[in-house]
Design a protein around this ligand. Structure first.
Ligand code: DON
Length: 553
Protein backbone atom coordinates (compact mmCIF):
# COMPACT_ATOMS: atom_id res chain seq x y z
CA UNK A 1 0.00 0.00 0.00
CA UNK A 2 1.35 3.42 -0.92
CA UNK A 3 0.91 6.12 1.68
CA UNK A 4 0.66 9.67 0.42
CA UNK A 5 2.69 11.88 2.70
CA UNK A 6 2.07 15.58 2.46
CA UNK A 7 5.13 17.66 3.15
CA UNK A 8 4.94 21.34 4.07
CA UNK A 9 5.70 22.18 0.43
CA UNK A 10 2.75 20.18 -0.88
CA UNK A 11 0.43 20.91 2.00
CA UNK A 12 -3.20 20.18 1.26
CA UNK A 13 -5.38 23.13 0.48
CA UNK A 14 -8.97 23.31 -0.62
CA UNK A 15 -9.81 23.96 -4.25
CA UNK A 16 -10.99 27.51 -3.70
CA UNK A 17 -8.94 30.13 -5.52
CA UNK A 18 -5.36 30.52 -4.33
CA UNK A 19 -4.77 33.87 -2.65
CA UNK A 20 -2.66 36.63 -4.13
CA UNK A 21 0.60 36.96 -2.24
CA UNK A 22 2.75 39.98 -1.52
CA UNK A 23 5.70 41.10 0.57
CA UNK A 24 5.15 44.81 1.20
CA UNK A 25 1.45 45.47 0.94
CA UNK A 26 -1.74 43.96 -0.40
CA UNK A 27 -5.18 45.28 -1.30
CA UNK A 28 -8.49 43.57 -2.04
CA UNK A 29 -11.65 45.07 -3.48
CA UNK A 30 -14.82 43.89 -5.21
CA UNK A 31 -13.73 45.35 -8.59
CA UNK A 32 -10.51 44.42 -10.44
CA UNK A 33 -10.01 47.97 -11.74
CA UNK A 34 -10.35 49.34 -8.23
CA UNK A 35 -7.82 46.84 -6.89
CA UNK A 36 -5.53 47.92 -9.72
CA UNK A 37 -5.94 51.55 -8.63
CA UNK A 38 -4.88 50.56 -5.11
CA UNK A 39 -1.90 48.60 -6.44
CA UNK A 40 -0.77 51.61 -8.50
CA UNK A 41 -0.83 53.84 -5.43
CA UNK A 42 1.02 51.18 -3.45
CA UNK A 43 3.67 51.06 -6.18
CA UNK A 44 3.87 54.87 -6.13
CA UNK A 45 4.86 54.75 -2.45
CA UNK A 46 1.47 55.53 -0.94
CA UNK A 47 0.60 54.78 2.68
CA UNK A 48 -2.00 52.17 3.59
CA UNK A 49 -4.55 54.98 3.81
CA UNK A 50 -3.54 56.36 0.38
CA UNK A 51 -4.11 52.88 -1.05
CA UNK A 52 -7.48 52.63 0.70
CA UNK A 53 -8.65 56.07 -0.46
CA UNK A 54 -7.63 55.36 -4.07
CA UNK A 55 -9.39 52.00 -3.97
CA UNK A 56 -12.48 53.42 -2.30
CA UNK A 57 -12.90 56.15 -4.92
CA UNK A 58 -12.28 53.64 -7.72
CA UNK A 59 -14.87 51.28 -6.24
CA UNK A 60 -17.27 54.22 -6.09
CA UNK A 61 -16.87 54.63 -9.86
CA UNK A 62 -16.70 50.98 -10.90
CA UNK A 63 -19.39 49.56 -8.60
CA UNK A 64 -21.98 52.35 -8.71
CA UNK A 65 -24.77 49.99 -7.66
CA UNK A 66 -22.95 49.14 -4.42
CA UNK A 67 -21.43 52.33 -3.13
CA UNK A 68 -20.38 55.78 -4.15
CA UNK A 69 -19.86 59.39 -3.25
CA UNK A 70 -23.63 59.68 -2.79
CA UNK A 71 -23.40 57.27 0.14
CA UNK A 72 -21.51 56.59 3.34
CA UNK A 73 -18.93 54.28 4.87
CA UNK A 74 -17.00 53.17 7.90
CA UNK A 75 -13.24 52.74 7.97
CA UNK A 76 -11.16 51.03 10.65
CA UNK A 77 -7.61 52.33 10.34
CA UNK A 78 -4.53 50.92 12.06
CA UNK A 79 -1.41 53.04 11.61
CA UNK A 80 1.80 53.04 13.68
CA UNK A 81 0.32 50.69 16.25
CA UNK A 82 -2.83 52.75 16.94
CA UNK A 83 -6.35 51.95 15.76
CA UNK A 84 -9.04 54.50 15.10
CA UNK A 85 -12.27 54.50 13.13
CA UNK A 86 -13.86 57.04 10.83
CA UNK A 87 -17.63 57.23 10.82
CA UNK A 88 -18.68 58.71 7.48
CA UNK A 89 -22.19 57.32 7.74
CA UNK A 90 -25.08 59.28 6.20
CA UNK A 91 -27.14 61.49 8.51
CA UNK A 92 -30.86 62.18 8.45
CA UNK A 93 -31.66 65.63 7.02
CA UNK A 94 -32.76 68.30 9.52
CA UNK A 95 -36.34 68.06 8.24
CA UNK A 96 -36.50 64.29 8.86
CA UNK A 97 -38.90 63.18 11.55
CA UNK A 98 -39.71 60.08 13.45
CA UNK A 99 -42.88 59.18 11.55
CA UNK A 100 -41.93 60.51 8.14
CA UNK A 101 -42.57 57.16 6.45
CA UNK A 102 -45.66 56.24 8.48
CA UNK A 103 -49.26 56.73 7.44
CA UNK A 104 -52.31 55.44 9.34
CA UNK A 105 -50.04 53.43 11.60
CA UNK A 106 -48.25 51.65 8.75
CA UNK A 107 -44.94 52.17 6.99
CA UNK A 108 -45.71 53.46 3.47
CA UNK A 109 -44.04 50.94 1.11
CA UNK A 110 -41.20 52.39 -0.97
CA UNK A 111 -40.96 55.74 0.82
CA UNK A 112 -37.79 54.90 2.74
CA UNK A 113 -36.29 53.02 -0.18
CA UNK A 114 -37.16 54.39 -3.63
CA UNK A 115 -38.31 57.97 -3.01
CA UNK A 116 -36.22 61.16 -3.02
CA UNK A 117 -36.89 61.23 0.74
CA UNK A 118 -34.96 57.96 1.17
CA UNK A 119 -31.51 59.53 1.02
CA UNK A 120 -29.39 60.51 3.98
CA UNK A 121 -26.74 63.23 3.73
CA UNK A 122 -23.69 61.50 2.20
CA UNK A 123 -20.46 61.20 4.18
CA UNK A 124 -17.99 59.33 1.96
CA UNK A 125 -16.28 62.37 0.40
CA UNK A 126 -15.64 64.20 3.65
CA UNK A 127 -14.61 60.96 5.32
CA UNK A 128 -12.00 60.13 2.69
CA UNK A 129 -10.66 63.68 2.78
CA UNK A 130 -10.33 63.55 6.59
CA UNK A 131 -8.60 60.14 6.48
CA UNK A 132 -6.27 61.29 3.75
CA UNK A 133 -5.40 64.55 5.50
CA UNK A 134 -4.41 62.58 8.60
CA UNK A 135 -2.60 59.61 7.13
CA UNK A 136 -1.99 60.27 3.43
CA UNK A 137 1.50 60.55 2.00
CA UNK A 138 0.73 61.25 -1.67
CA UNK A 139 -1.32 64.24 -2.90
CA UNK A 140 -5.09 63.70 -3.16
CA UNK A 141 -4.84 64.46 -6.90
CA UNK A 142 -2.55 61.43 -7.35
CA UNK A 143 -4.66 59.18 -5.14
CA UNK A 144 -7.90 60.13 -6.91
CA UNK A 145 -6.46 60.00 -10.43
CA UNK A 146 -7.36 56.38 -11.25
CA UNK A 147 -10.98 56.88 -10.17
CA UNK A 148 -11.28 60.06 -12.20
CA UNK A 149 -9.90 58.38 -15.30
CA UNK A 150 -12.29 55.43 -14.86
CA UNK A 151 -15.19 57.89 -14.72
CA UNK A 152 -13.98 60.09 -17.59
CA UNK A 153 -12.53 57.49 -19.98
CA UNK A 154 -14.94 54.72 -19.10
CA UNK A 155 -14.96 51.19 -17.75
CA UNK A 156 -16.24 48.01 -19.40
CA UNK A 157 -19.66 46.97 -18.11
CA UNK A 158 -19.06 43.79 -16.09
CA UNK A 159 -21.41 40.87 -15.59
CA UNK A 160 -22.35 42.15 -12.15
CA UNK A 161 -22.92 45.72 -13.28
CA UNK A 162 -25.05 44.43 -16.13
CA UNK A 163 -26.95 42.19 -13.70
CA UNK A 164 -27.52 45.09 -11.31
CA UNK A 165 -28.82 47.22 -14.18
CA UNK A 166 -31.12 44.41 -15.29
CA UNK A 167 -32.47 44.14 -11.72
CA UNK A 168 -32.64 47.79 -10.72
CA UNK A 169 -32.43 49.80 -13.97
CA UNK A 170 -36.17 50.36 -14.00
CA UNK A 171 -35.94 52.23 -10.73
CA UNK A 172 -33.45 54.78 -12.05
CA UNK A 173 -34.67 58.33 -12.56
CA UNK A 174 -34.14 60.13 -15.88
CA UNK A 175 -30.64 61.33 -14.96
CA UNK A 176 -29.70 57.78 -13.94
CA UNK A 177 -31.12 56.22 -17.09
CA UNK A 178 -29.18 58.65 -19.25
CA UNK A 179 -25.96 57.28 -17.76
CA UNK A 180 -26.61 53.64 -17.05
CA UNK A 181 -29.12 52.50 -19.69
CA UNK A 182 -28.92 52.42 -23.49
CA UNK A 183 -31.28 54.80 -25.34
CA UNK A 184 -33.57 51.78 -25.83
CA UNK A 185 -33.98 51.62 -22.04
CA UNK A 186 -32.09 48.32 -21.86
CA UNK A 187 -29.06 47.87 -19.60
CA UNK A 188 -25.79 48.40 -21.46
CA UNK A 189 -24.49 44.98 -22.60
CA UNK A 190 -21.47 43.40 -20.90
CA UNK A 191 -18.28 44.89 -22.34
CA UNK A 192 -19.79 48.25 -23.34
CA UNK A 193 -17.57 51.13 -22.24
CA UNK A 194 -19.55 53.06 -19.62
CA UNK A 195 -18.46 56.68 -19.26
CA UNK A 196 -19.55 58.86 -16.34
CA UNK A 197 -18.32 62.35 -17.35
CA UNK A 198 -20.46 64.23 -14.82
CA UNK A 199 -19.07 62.07 -12.05
CA UNK A 200 -15.52 62.67 -13.35
CA UNK A 201 -16.10 66.42 -13.09
CA UNK A 202 -17.61 66.04 -9.61
CA UNK A 203 -14.51 64.12 -8.51
CA UNK A 204 -12.22 66.71 -10.09
CA UNK A 205 -13.97 69.42 -8.09
CA UNK A 206 -13.64 67.27 -4.96
CA UNK A 207 -9.88 67.05 -5.51
CA UNK A 208 -9.52 70.77 -6.32
CA UNK A 209 -11.38 71.83 -3.16
CA UNK A 210 -10.42 69.00 -0.81
CA UNK A 211 -14.03 67.90 -0.77
CA UNK A 212 -15.59 71.27 0.00
CA UNK A 213 -17.26 71.62 -3.39
CA UNK A 214 -19.35 68.54 -2.59
CA UNK A 215 -20.67 70.12 0.62
CA UNK A 216 -20.78 73.88 -0.01
CA UNK A 217 -19.94 74.44 -3.69
CA UNK A 218 -21.27 73.79 -7.15
CA UNK A 219 -21.87 70.09 -6.51
CA UNK A 220 -23.67 70.84 -3.24
CA UNK A 221 -26.04 73.22 -5.04
CA UNK A 222 -26.74 70.68 -7.77
CA UNK A 223 -27.35 67.91 -5.23
CA UNK A 224 -29.81 69.95 -3.17
CA UNK A 225 -31.62 71.21 -6.28
CA UNK A 226 -31.93 67.69 -7.69
CA UNK A 227 -33.20 66.19 -4.44
CA UNK A 228 -35.72 68.98 -3.87
CA UNK A 229 -36.94 68.82 -7.49
CA UNK A 230 -37.90 65.18 -6.90
CA UNK A 231 -39.68 65.81 -3.59
CA UNK A 232 -36.79 65.33 -1.17
CA UNK A 233 -36.02 67.37 1.93
CA UNK A 234 -32.28 68.11 1.75
CA UNK A 235 -31.12 71.67 2.33
CA UNK A 236 -27.83 73.46 1.73
CA UNK A 237 -27.37 73.56 5.53
CA UNK A 238 -27.68 69.77 5.74
CA UNK A 239 -24.78 69.27 3.36
CA UNK A 240 -22.66 72.12 4.75
CA UNK A 241 -23.12 70.79 8.28
CA UNK A 242 -22.18 67.15 7.60
CA UNK A 243 -19.56 65.97 10.09
CA UNK A 244 -17.22 62.99 9.95
CA UNK A 245 -16.87 61.48 13.42
CA UNK A 246 -13.71 59.78 14.57
CA UNK A 247 -14.58 57.12 17.14
CA UNK A 248 -12.66 54.55 19.17
CA UNK A 249 -12.93 51.03 17.76
CA UNK A 250 -14.80 48.22 19.44
CA UNK A 251 -12.07 46.06 20.93
CA UNK A 252 -11.91 42.45 21.94
CA UNK A 253 -9.64 39.45 21.83
CA UNK A 254 -9.91 36.11 20.11
CA UNK A 255 -7.45 33.26 20.63
CA UNK A 256 -4.52 35.59 21.16
CA UNK A 257 -5.44 38.12 18.49
CA UNK A 258 -6.66 41.61 19.31
CA UNK A 259 -9.87 42.41 17.43
CA UNK A 260 -10.61 45.97 16.24
CA UNK A 261 -13.95 46.64 14.61
CA UNK A 262 -16.55 49.33 14.00
CA UNK A 263 -18.69 50.54 16.87
CA UNK A 264 -22.09 52.24 16.82
CA UNK A 265 -23.70 53.53 14.68
CA UNK A 266 -22.71 50.16 13.29
CA UNK A 267 -23.95 47.11 15.11
CA UNK A 268 -21.26 45.05 13.41
CA UNK A 269 -18.32 45.42 15.78
CA UNK A 270 -20.28 44.81 18.98
CA UNK A 271 -21.97 41.73 17.54
CA UNK A 272 -18.72 40.38 16.09
CA UNK A 273 -16.78 40.81 19.34
CA UNK A 274 -19.66 39.27 21.27
CA UNK A 275 -19.90 36.25 18.97
CA UNK A 276 -16.14 35.67 18.99
CA UNK A 277 -16.24 35.91 22.78
CA UNK A 278 -18.94 33.24 22.91
CA UNK A 279 -17.29 30.92 20.38
CA UNK A 280 -13.90 31.13 22.07
CA UNK A 281 -15.36 28.84 24.73
CA UNK A 282 -15.86 26.09 22.15
CA UNK A 283 -13.31 23.95 20.36
CA UNK A 284 -14.23 25.42 16.99
CA UNK A 285 -11.32 23.74 15.23
CA UNK A 286 -12.15 20.41 16.83
CA UNK A 287 -15.83 20.64 15.87
CA UNK A 288 -14.57 20.81 12.29
CA UNK A 289 -15.47 23.10 9.43
CA UNK A 290 -18.86 22.24 7.94
CA UNK A 291 -19.82 19.74 10.63
CA UNK A 292 -23.37 19.81 11.96
CA UNK A 293 -22.04 20.48 15.46
CA UNK A 294 -20.04 23.47 14.25
CA UNK A 295 -22.91 24.96 12.24
CA UNK A 296 -25.27 24.38 15.17
CA UNK A 297 -23.04 26.28 17.64
CA UNK A 298 -22.51 29.02 15.10
CA UNK A 299 -26.25 29.46 14.50
CA UNK A 300 -27.06 29.41 18.22
CA UNK A 301 -24.45 32.13 18.72
CA UNK A 302 -25.49 34.37 15.83
CA UNK A 303 -29.24 34.23 16.48
CA UNK A 304 -28.73 35.41 20.06
CA UNK A 305 -26.53 38.26 18.87
CA UNK A 306 -29.15 39.38 16.32
CA UNK A 307 -31.92 39.19 18.92
CA UNK A 308 -29.91 41.64 21.02
CA UNK A 309 -29.29 43.86 17.97
CA UNK A 310 -32.98 44.77 17.89
CA UNK A 311 -32.77 46.67 21.17
CA UNK A 312 -30.73 49.59 22.39
CA UNK A 313 -28.59 50.08 19.29
CA UNK A 314 -28.49 53.31 17.32
CA UNK A 315 -26.50 56.47 16.74
CA UNK A 316 -24.42 56.89 19.92
CA UNK A 317 -24.51 60.68 19.54
CA UNK A 318 -28.27 60.63 20.05
CA UNK A 319 -28.85 57.53 22.17
CA UNK A 320 -26.63 56.20 24.93
CA UNK A 321 -25.57 52.76 23.72
CA UNK A 322 -24.41 50.48 26.53
CA UNK A 323 -21.48 48.52 25.03
CA UNK A 324 -21.24 46.31 28.11
CA UNK A 325 -24.74 45.00 27.43
CA UNK A 326 -23.29 43.45 24.26
CA UNK A 327 -19.68 42.61 25.06
CA UNK A 328 -19.33 42.78 28.85
CA UNK A 329 -17.91 39.65 30.58
CA UNK A 330 -21.23 38.87 32.26
CA UNK A 331 -23.18 38.77 29.02
CA UNK A 332 -20.52 36.70 27.24
CA UNK A 333 -20.56 34.21 30.13
CA UNK A 334 -24.37 33.99 30.03
CA UNK A 335 -24.43 33.49 26.26
CA UNK A 336 -21.67 30.86 26.42
CA UNK A 337 -23.72 28.91 28.94
CA UNK A 338 -26.86 29.20 26.82
CA UNK A 339 -25.14 28.11 23.62
CA UNK A 340 -23.43 25.23 25.43
CA UNK A 341 -26.76 24.09 26.89
CA UNK A 342 -28.65 24.32 23.58
CA UNK A 343 -28.43 20.78 22.28
CA UNK A 344 -31.32 21.55 19.94
CA UNK A 345 -32.05 24.68 17.90
CA UNK A 346 -33.53 27.33 20.16
CA UNK A 347 -36.70 28.65 18.47
CA UNK A 348 -36.37 32.36 17.65
CA UNK A 349 -39.61 32.99 19.53
CA UNK A 350 -37.96 31.74 22.73
CA UNK A 351 -35.28 34.39 22.43
CA UNK A 352 -37.80 37.24 21.99
CA UNK A 353 -41.34 37.64 20.84
CA UNK A 354 -41.46 39.97 17.79
CA UNK A 355 -41.87 38.45 14.36
CA UNK A 356 -40.42 39.90 11.16
CA UNK A 357 -40.50 38.93 7.50
CA UNK A 358 -37.59 37.50 5.52
CA UNK A 359 -36.08 39.62 2.79
CA UNK A 360 -33.16 39.51 0.40
CA UNK A 361 -30.09 41.70 0.56
CA UNK A 362 -28.43 43.40 -2.35
CA UNK A 363 -25.32 45.59 -2.57
CA UNK A 364 -22.49 47.38 -0.77
CA UNK A 365 -18.69 47.29 -1.23
CA UNK A 366 -15.92 46.17 1.12
CA UNK A 367 -12.21 46.80 0.61
CA UNK A 368 -9.12 46.03 2.65
CA UNK A 369 -5.46 47.02 2.75
CA UNK A 370 -2.72 45.24 4.73
CA UNK A 371 0.92 46.34 4.88
CA UNK A 372 3.87 44.30 6.07
CA UNK A 373 4.77 47.16 8.45
CA UNK A 374 1.60 46.36 10.40
CA UNK A 375 -0.60 49.18 9.06
CA UNK A 376 -4.03 48.33 7.67
CA UNK A 377 -7.40 49.72 6.60
CA UNK A 378 -10.71 47.87 6.61
CA UNK A 379 -13.44 49.85 4.90
CA UNK A 380 -17.04 49.09 3.98
CA UNK A 381 -18.98 51.64 1.94
CA UNK A 382 -22.53 51.69 0.67
CA UNK A 383 -25.47 53.40 -0.97
CA UNK A 384 -27.59 50.67 0.71
CA UNK A 385 -29.75 48.83 -1.85
CA UNK A 386 -28.71 48.34 -5.49
CA UNK A 387 -28.18 51.84 -6.99
CA UNK A 388 -29.43 53.29 -3.70
CA UNK A 389 -32.72 55.07 -4.14
CA UNK A 390 -32.30 54.95 -7.94
CA UNK A 391 -32.12 58.74 -8.03
CA UNK A 392 -29.08 60.24 -9.70
CA UNK A 393 -28.61 63.96 -9.04
CA UNK A 394 -28.73 65.58 -12.49
CA UNK A 395 -25.46 67.10 -13.65
CA UNK A 396 -23.35 65.40 -10.93
CA UNK A 397 -23.33 61.70 -11.80
CA UNK A 398 -23.93 61.04 -8.09
CA UNK A 399 -26.13 58.02 -7.25
CA UNK A 400 -28.12 58.91 -4.14
CA UNK A 401 -28.27 56.42 -1.29
CA UNK A 402 -31.38 55.06 0.41
CA UNK A 403 -29.75 54.67 3.79
CA UNK A 404 -32.83 56.13 5.56
CA UNK A 405 -34.25 52.60 5.28
CA UNK A 406 -31.68 51.48 7.85
CA UNK A 407 -33.61 53.41 10.49
CA UNK A 408 -36.50 51.71 12.23
CA UNK A 409 -39.43 53.48 10.62
CA UNK A 410 -41.70 51.91 13.23
CA UNK A 411 -40.65 49.83 16.25
CA UNK A 412 -40.79 46.17 15.23
CA UNK A 413 -41.32 46.88 11.51
CA UNK A 414 -38.58 45.15 9.49
CA UNK A 415 -36.41 47.07 7.05
CA UNK A 416 -35.27 45.75 3.66
CA UNK A 417 -32.99 43.22 5.40
CA UNK A 418 -35.67 41.97 7.78
CA UNK A 419 -33.90 43.79 10.60
CA UNK A 420 -35.89 45.41 13.33
CA UNK A 421 -35.06 47.99 15.93
CA UNK A 422 -36.47 50.14 18.67
CA UNK A 423 -36.39 53.67 19.97
CA UNK A 424 -32.59 53.73 19.80
CA UNK A 425 -32.81 53.59 15.99
CA UNK A 426 -35.89 55.79 15.48
CA UNK A 427 -35.56 58.57 12.90
CA UNK A 428 -34.47 62.00 14.16
CA UNK A 429 -32.83 65.02 12.53
CA UNK A 430 -29.06 64.65 11.95
CA UNK A 431 -29.13 61.10 13.30
CA UNK A 432 -27.14 58.25 11.73
CA UNK A 433 -29.07 55.05 10.90
CA UNK A 434 -27.92 51.79 12.47
CA UNK A 435 -25.68 49.74 10.19
CA UNK A 436 -24.42 46.17 9.98
CA UNK A 437 -21.17 47.04 8.24
CA UNK A 438 -18.30 45.28 10.01
CA UNK A 439 -14.89 46.37 8.72
CA UNK A 440 -12.50 44.49 11.00
CA UNK A 441 -8.77 44.25 11.68
CA UNK A 442 -7.01 41.54 13.69
CA UNK A 443 -3.77 42.45 15.45
CA UNK A 444 -0.92 40.45 16.86
CA UNK A 445 1.70 42.24 18.98
CA UNK A 446 0.20 45.56 17.94
CA UNK A 447 0.56 44.86 14.22
CA UNK A 448 -2.30 44.27 11.82
CA UNK A 449 -2.25 40.67 10.58
CA UNK A 450 -5.78 40.27 9.24
CA UNK A 451 -8.35 42.48 7.46
CA UNK A 452 -11.92 41.29 6.94
CA UNK A 453 -15.36 42.50 5.93
CA UNK A 454 -18.20 42.09 3.46
CA UNK A 455 -21.34 43.56 1.97
CA UNK A 456 -24.66 41.78 2.36
CA UNK A 457 -26.95 43.70 4.74
CA UNK A 458 -27.60 41.56 7.77
CA UNK A 459 -25.31 38.82 6.40
CA UNK A 460 -22.33 41.16 6.66
CA UNK A 461 -21.88 40.35 10.32
CA UNK A 462 -22.05 36.57 9.99
CA UNK A 463 -19.87 36.62 6.86
CA UNK A 464 -17.18 38.62 8.64
CA UNK A 465 -17.39 36.26 11.63
CA UNK A 466 -16.89 33.23 9.38
CA UNK A 467 -13.96 34.86 7.56
CA UNK A 468 -12.23 35.32 10.93
CA UNK A 469 -13.04 31.77 12.10
CA UNK A 470 -11.84 30.34 8.79
CA UNK A 471 -8.40 31.93 9.16
CA UNK A 472 -7.95 31.67 12.93
CA UNK A 473 -9.60 28.34 13.79
CA UNK A 474 -9.87 26.36 10.60
CA UNK A 475 -6.37 27.22 9.43
CA UNK A 476 -7.48 28.30 5.97
CA UNK A 477 -5.44 30.61 3.82
CA UNK A 478 -7.05 33.83 2.62
CA UNK A 479 -8.33 32.23 -0.60
CA UNK A 480 -9.90 29.32 1.22
CA UNK A 481 -11.36 31.63 3.87
CA UNK A 482 -13.02 33.85 1.27
CA UNK A 483 -14.27 30.95 -0.84
CA UNK A 484 -15.50 28.52 1.79
CA UNK A 485 -19.28 28.07 1.89
CA UNK A 486 -21.12 30.08 4.52
CA UNK A 487 -24.20 29.84 6.66
CA UNK A 488 -26.33 32.58 8.17
CA UNK A 489 -28.89 32.84 10.96
CA UNK A 490 -30.21 36.26 11.98
CA UNK A 491 -32.74 35.14 14.60
CA UNK A 492 -35.71 36.23 12.46
CA UNK A 493 -36.55 34.78 10.02
CA UNK A 494 -36.05 31.67 12.11
CA UNK A 495 -34.13 29.85 9.41
CA UNK A 496 -30.61 28.64 8.95
CA UNK A 497 -29.51 29.77 5.50
CA UNK A 498 -26.86 27.81 3.62
CA UNK A 499 -25.26 28.18 0.23
CA UNK A 500 -25.55 25.70 -2.65
CA UNK A 501 -23.17 22.78 -2.00
CA UNK A 502 -22.48 24.39 1.36
CA UNK A 503 -23.81 21.57 3.54
CA UNK A 504 -23.91 17.92 2.61
CA UNK A 505 -27.30 16.15 2.71
CA UNK A 506 -26.37 14.21 5.84
CA UNK A 507 -25.15 17.36 7.55
CA UNK A 508 -28.46 19.01 6.71
CA UNK A 509 -30.31 16.00 8.05
CA UNK A 510 -28.30 16.15 11.28
CA UNK A 511 -29.11 19.85 11.65
CA UNK A 512 -32.80 19.25 10.95
CA UNK A 513 -32.78 16.51 13.56
CA UNK A 514 -31.59 19.16 16.02
CA UNK A 515 -34.56 21.34 15.12
CA UNK A 516 -33.08 23.75 12.56
CA UNK A 517 -35.13 24.88 9.59
CA UNK A 518 -32.77 25.03 6.63
CA UNK A 519 -33.15 27.35 3.70
CA UNK A 520 -30.99 27.56 0.59
CA UNK A 521 -29.66 30.99 -0.28
CA UNK A 522 -27.28 31.97 -3.06
CA UNK A 523 -24.29 34.12 -2.30
CA UNK A 524 -24.01 34.99 1.35
CA UNK A 525 -21.73 38.03 1.18
CA UNK A 526 -19.03 39.28 -1.21
CA UNK A 527 -16.21 39.98 1.20
CA UNK A 528 -12.47 39.72 1.27
CA UNK A 529 -9.79 38.35 3.54
CA UNK A 530 -6.25 39.66 3.94
CA UNK A 531 -4.01 37.60 6.17
CA UNK A 532 -0.39 37.52 7.21
CA UNK A 533 0.64 33.89 6.81
CA UNK A 534 2.83 32.06 9.30
CA UNK A 535 5.87 32.64 7.04
CA UNK A 536 5.25 36.41 7.18
CA UNK A 537 4.01 36.74 3.62
CA UNK A 538 0.83 38.70 2.98
CA UNK A 539 -2.07 36.83 1.41
CA UNK A 540 -5.26 38.28 0.04
CA UNK A 541 -8.40 37.12 -1.66
CA UNK A 542 -11.58 38.74 -2.78
CA UNK A 543 -14.72 36.67 -2.61
CA UNK A 544 -15.10 34.31 -5.58
CA UNK A 545 -18.85 34.95 -5.32
CA UNK A 546 -18.18 38.36 -6.87
CA UNK A 547 -15.83 39.90 -9.40
CA UNK A 548 -13.21 41.19 -6.99
CA UNK A 549 -9.49 40.66 -6.92
CA UNK A 550 -6.56 41.05 -4.55
CA UNK A 551 -3.02 42.05 -5.43
CA UNK A 552 0.04 43.75 -4.12
CA UNK A 553 3.78 44.06 -4.10
O1 DON B 1 -25.32 49.74 6.58
C1 DON B 1 -25.91 48.69 6.39
O2 DON B 1 -25.91 47.78 7.17
C2 DON B 1 -26.62 48.48 5.07
N1 DON B 1 -26.97 49.73 4.50
C3 DON B 1 -25.75 47.67 4.16
C4 DON B 1 -26.44 47.35 2.86
C5 DON B 1 -25.88 46.19 2.18
O3 DON B 1 -24.96 45.56 2.60
C6 DON B 1 -26.51 45.84 0.91
N2 DON B 1 -25.90 44.68 0.40
N3 DON B 1 -25.38 43.86 0.02
Amino acid sequence: MVLLVLSAATEARAAWPAPARAQRGIVASPQPLATRAGEAILAAGGSAVDVAVATSLAVAVTEPYGSGVGGGAFAVVHVDGETTTFDMRETAPAAASRDMYVKDGHVVPGESTWSARASGIPGLVRGLVVMHARYGRLPLSVVAAPAISYARDGIPVTEMLHGALASYGERLNAAGRAIFLAPSGEPWPVGTILRQPDLARTLERVVATRGEDFYVGETAKALVAAVQAEGGIWTAEDLAGYKVVERPPVTGTYRGFAVRSMGPPSSGGLLLVQMLGVLEAFDVKGLGFGSASYVHRLAETTKRAFAMRAHGLGDPDQYAVDWQRFIGPAVIARLRAQVAAAERATPAADIAEVEVKPTESTHTSHLGVLFANGDAVAMTQTVNLGFGSGHVAAGTGVVLNNEMDDFSALPGAPNAFGLIGDEANAIAPHKRPLSSMTPTILLRDGQAVGVFGSPGGSTIITTTLQLVLNCVDHGMDAGEAAGAPRVHHQWYPDALFYEPWGLSPDTRAALEARGHTLQLRHHLGNGSALWRAADGRLEGAADPRGEGTAGGL
